[in-house]
Design a protein around this ligand. Structure first.
Ligand SMILES: CC(C)(COP(=O)(O)OP(=O)(O)OC[C@H]1O[C@@H](n2cnc3c(N)ncnc32)[C@H](O)[C@@H]1OP(=O)(O)O)[C@@H](O)C(=O)NCCC(=O)NCCS
Length: 230
């Protein structure tokens, strides 16, 4: 085992699973699928994408990016996961900026293919990754930084019970400019039973609420509407 960082309890590679969602290392051979998903989701992703402040900087190829990520992961500074749903790559979740010493913190970034959005894939992935950070690696704090305009991502932080810590002005270079970000965090003490356990309960409650709303709506349809819509 490579104990790259004193205190780090488990090195890379890592696989984490919950139901149909699998997190495993992003690989060079994911390139074709990764590029295809990103190309199909250009408009969906670009408002939230990190950009380089120096426009003359040439973006690395996918291969270069994965190799750099893997080196960082082996050194205990990053967790670059591909997010798979039913065995197919549908997104990415990265815990980056992992700092040890007296801080023991990392920040989470994520995206998912629009065609599977709204199915709880990323909250599940964040819960898996956060529990791994807290209870396997021994990190103390996990944070997420979100543009205040990003309603879908704010919902993810809210549903998982991340604690709002305020707004960082012009914090990250996103979509071509320095953007304000709302910071949300959790420490290990805030989820003694694990974030996944919390998310499982909440996801079941949300599903029950949705079923109740649908059932209520179907009871309000006029008596002949079923025949009309057949
Ligand atoms: C933010 C994001 C990762 C959420 O992932 P997800 O797996 O869809 O998460 P959820 O299923 O919990 O859905 C989150 C919210 O998205 C919204 N949503 C649901 N279905 C949607 C759809 N088809 N299209 C757009 N938004 C949708 C809902 O408000 C939902 O919250 P709610 O259903 O609990 O009210 C995803 O929207 C995404 O990739 N967006 C673009 C990239 C991005 O914003 N990355 C994060 C930067 S901080």
């Amino acid at each position: 085992m490579t104990d790259a960082v004193p205190g780090m309890r488990r090195p890379w590679p890592v696989e984490l699973r919950e139901g149909q969602v699998l997190l495993r290392p992003l690989r060079v051979r994911d390139g074709k699928r990764w590029r295809a998903v990103r190309a199909a989701n250009l408009a969906w992703l670009s408002p939230w994408e990190a950009t380089h402040p120096d426009v003359s900087e040439v973006a690395p190829s996918f291969r270069q990016m994965v190799r750099a990520f893997t080196r960082e992961a082996k050194a205990g500074r990053m967790l670059p996961f591909a997010v798979l749903l039913d065995g197919e790559l549908v997104g990415q979740l990265t815990v980056a900026g992992i700092t040890w010493g007296s801080l023991r913190s990392g920040h989470v970034g994520y995206w998912v293919d629009r065609s599977v959005a709204g199915r709880g894939v990323i909250p599940t992935a964040v819960a898996l990754a956060a529990d791994h950070c807290f209870f396997t690696l021994g990190l103390h704090r996990v944070e997420v930084n979100i543009r205040p305009e990003n309603q879908a991502s704010l919902r993810v932080a809210h549903k998982l019970g991340f604690r709002p810590e305020g707004v960082r002005k012009r914090y990250l270079h996103i979509d071509g400019a320095w953007r304000d970000h709302a910071t949300f965090a959790l420490t290990a003490e805030e989820v003694p039973g694990g974030l996944m356990a919390r998310w499982r309960t909440l996801a079941a409650d949300l599903a029950a609420d949705r079923a109740a709303v649908l059932s209520h709506q179907s009871h309000q349809l006029p008596p002949d509407s079923a025949a009309t819509h057949r």
